[in-house]
Design a protein around this ligand. Structure first.
Ligand SMILES: [Zn+2]
Length: 256
């Protein structure tokens, strides 16, 4: 692995957690996959690229263009392998087991992708069986939905360092770093994909993105499928909410 600092670009989830639990979120998750699954098969891709109404790829992040595939992303047109690394912290003793957290997400997530791809894509989970302890307390990373690049980089750097001796990262297409949901510094709203502008290097392979999972137990079951979709370059197909209004001030006291 590389020890250099690596800047990264995150793909923030524009909806607060409550919105992701809504029916609308189910629809957008599936419509995002459906849009891209049109282009997953070779014959479909050729047909799409010839169609006059097919969207063309642009420079936009997660472009919806179907004429080509962005080779920087794994293409879910075959079985892909996902490793789940379970991270504990010295300031908390886990109240769950890796097996319980695996069952929170699988096989449900695999079934979702099988349905959404009409059977063309299988996501194969490879969960580690034991917790791996991070070197610093959970509160040291200031984990939050829009956490600082420095704290996030420290988290990823430490996670990769402790996992690397136990995981051959060259075998996997998707990496889930799953944090102890009961550690005091873990914020369940922080689950997301981190896209690295400079890949992390491990086991002779480049890690370009990681899904950092901070879900509670039991979790929001839609979130892992949604974030995994971003690993396959699927865009968010919903309107981000308007920024919150500033707090209302009480009216000024009237003069007596
Ligand atoms: Zn998203």
């Amino acid at each position: 692995m590389s020890r250099e600092p690596y800047p990264e670009v995150s793909v923030p989830r524009p909806f607060p957690r409550a919105r992701l639990r809504s029916t609308a979120a189910v629809f957008t998750t599936m419509s995002a996959l459906a849009a891209t699954s049109l282009g997953t098969g070779p014959s479909a891709a050729e047909a799409d690229s010839a169609a006059p109404c097919a969207l063309t790829r642009t420079d936009a992040h997660h472009s919806e263009g179907l004429d080509t595939w962005n080779a920087a992303y794994p293409r879910p047109a075959r079985a892909l392998d996902a490793v789940m690394v379970f991270l504990s912290f010295p300031d908390a003793h886990p109240l769950t087991t890796p097996q319980e957290l695996t069952a929170d997400h699988f096989p449900a997530t695999t079934r979702f992708f099988e349905r959404a791809s009409y059977g063309r894509f299988t996501l194969r989970p490879h969960p580690l069986r034991h917790w791996i302890q991070m070197p610093r307390p959970s509160t040291a990373y200031d984990i939050q939905r829009d956490w600082s690049p420095e704290h996030r980089a420290a988290y990823l750097r430490d996670a990769l360092a402790v996992a690397d001796p136990r995981v051959d990262f060259s075998r996997y297409d998707v990496v889930y770093f799953v944090a102890d949901p009961d550690a005091p510094g873990v914020d369940s709203d922080a689950t997301k994909v981190v896209n690295l502008t400079s890949p992390m290097r491990a086991d002779g392979t480049d890690l370009r993105r990681v899904v950092t999972v901070f879900e509670q137990h039991p979790p929001d079951r839609l979130v892992l499928a949604h974030e995994t979709g971003h690993v396959f370059d699927l865009p968010d197909l919903y309107q981000p909410p308007a920024p919150p209004l500033p707090p209302r001030r009480p009216p000024p006291a009237s003069a007596p």
